[in-house]
Design a binder for this molecule. Structure first.
Ligand code: BGC
Length: 490
């Protein structure tokens, strides 16, 4: 926000006497989804297999209950109802992702699917007709299986294939889409996939984590530069990568270094190269991981080095800072001889760090999700401290439950996170310009299909996939309408 806007906001806030409750003028509310999780129609028309289709069809351990996203919310057919829900909520924007194999059945840009192209055309035009901005994620985890067969994110050529895919996407939609995310959560693509093996392609191989980390950054940078050079001058949109942000708090005062290393390992590894002045890997992580490799007899560094040219290519490839916030963890140094259980990012074991739940927070399902709204404000401060006063966008923030309609716990969590975000804006001066709730509707939740994040309940037992508003949808709708935060409790 510009300083004149801040002044106007604070005068207004003083007038209404509710300093922390009113959102800045122009602040945008949205809701999010992703292609594999909602579209279904996995083999309709000329769409080909993605790595999630393959994994959930062939690796039984990948899903908790043997289900998959073959039909999901059937948004391929029910997209008009999705737009209607976005309108009911009064959303300013709807964030959704494109399925790479629906648009480019070969994975490569030599063939564009007519049906795939029309599907997203209709969705974008339908949203715009209702005054809702489309916010498009180019890649939300569903890599073409044909590219996985060539090594996927571990093959250095993938950054060129992604660049080609992004260029096609801009050529089709950049005239109407003004806000973009290149890649959602590299930590899920590289770490959850290759260090935990719990996400597609489901291969546990630590070396691959770091090859993937580097290639994701190069792919993002190439796609950003195509937009910046060829499309931004025409359409003036903005584009960034989107990270998953876990706030790591030090267990005791002595654990501050462990907490900071955890932040640098899980997020800095995907942000330092883009947002820092010097570019490349976060030095503390590079030094420690490379020392690990020497100790274990490897002849190459653990983090594949960037050439000077690559550093320059990646550095500065952002228009805002996008991130998703769900939970926080405590970090501490491992005790001598302590066995470290993998948690969230398995590779962090290499740094001798243990991550645990906050002692006074009760874990809910799955244990990785420890609600700690304060972590949101803390990590907004961290981002600003490291990278300066950037425009920030919360591209996902959500709460899961087992499916009930009167979801007061979700409303409480949403309220508490929005309150922390407002404190970051009003007290700390952060320039947060948008918030997107995850998710518009219950969707296929990757390998935890029992979890429901939706403002709208989806009846997965009905062929119509009937959508019904939960109490939280009404709550969010009122917050958006008033442009102010109120307690969900009477
Ligand atoms: C992902 C979503 C997922 C959500 C809840 C986010 O990190 O981007 O795809 O559904 O977490 O698990």
């Amino acid at each position: 926000m510009f300083s004149s806007q801040v002044a106007v906001v604070s005068i207004l806030l003083t007038l209404v006497g509710a300093e922390e409750l009113v959102f800045p003028p122009g602040f945008k509310f949205g809701a999010a989804s992703s292609a594999y999780q909602i579209e279904g129609a996995w083999n309709v028309s000329d769409k080909t297999e993605s790595i999630w289709d393959r994994a959930l069809h062939t690796l039984p351990w990948m899903s908790t209950d043997g289900t998959n996203g073959d039909v999901a919310c059937d948004s391929y057919h029910l997209w008009q109802r999705d737009i209607e829900m976005a309108e009911e909520l009064g959303l300013k924007f709807y964030r959704f992702s494109l399925s790479w194999t629906r648009l480019l059945p070969n994975g490569f840009a030599n063939k564009i699917s007519e049906d795939g192209k029309n599907y997203y055309d209709n969705l974008i035009n339908g949203l715009l007709e209702k005054g809702i901005e489309p916010l498009v994620t180019i890649y939300h985890w569903d890599l073409p299986q044909s590219l996985q067969d060539l090594g996927g994110w571990t093959n250095p050529l993938i950054s060129d294939w992604f660049e080609d895919y992004a260029r096609v996407v801009y050529s089709l939609y950049a005239d109407r889409v003004k806000t973009w995310i290149t890649i959602n959560e590299p930590v899920a693509i590289c770490d959850t996939a290759y260090s935990m093996g719990t996400f597609a392609p489901g291969i546990i191989h630590l070396e691959s984590v770091y090859l993937c980390s580097k290639n994701v950054l190069l792919a993002h940078a190439k796609a950003w530069r195509v937009y910046d050079e060829e499309y931004k001058p025409l359409y003036h949109g903005k584009l960034s990568i989107c990270n998953h942000w876990v706030w790591f708090e030090a267990h005791t005062e002595d654990d501050e270094e462990a907490a900071e290393l955890s932040r640098q390992y899980s997020v800095g590894r995907y942000t330092h190269a883009i947002y820092s002045n010097e570019g490349g890997w976060p030095p503390a992580i590079e030094e420690r991981l490379n020392a690990y490799n020497v100790l274990h007899g490897y002849s190459h560094p653990r983090l594949p080095p960037f050439t000077d040219e690559e550093k320059e290519l990646v550095k500065g490839t952002y228009d805002y800072y996008g991130f998703n916030y769900y939970f926080s963890l405590m970090a501490r140094r491992a005790l001598p001889g302590e066995t470290i259980t993998p948690h969230y990012v398995a590779g962090i074991r290499e740094l001798g760090i243990v991550m645990e739940a906050y002692p006074d927070l009760s874990p809910t399902l799955p244990p990785a999700f420890y609600k700690y709204p304060e972590g949101l404000r803390k990590h907004i401060s961290w981002i600003r401290e490291k990278y300066g006063d950037l425009e920030l966008m919360i591209a996902e923030n959500g709460f899961y439950s087992t499916g009930k309609m009167n979801d007061f716990d979700r409303m409480d969590y949403m309220h508490d996170c929005l309150e922390q975000m407002l404190l970051a804006i009003t007290e700390d001066g952060a320039n947060v310009t948008g918030y997107s709730y995850w998710s518009l509707m219950d969707s296929f939740e990757w390998n935890e299909s029992g979890l429901k994040f939706g403002l709208y309940h989806v009846d997965f037992n009905s062929t119509e996939r009937t959508r019904s508003a939960r109490a939280s949808a009404d709550y969010y709708k009122t917050v958006i309408k008033n442009h102010a935060l109120h307690s969900p409790r009477p």
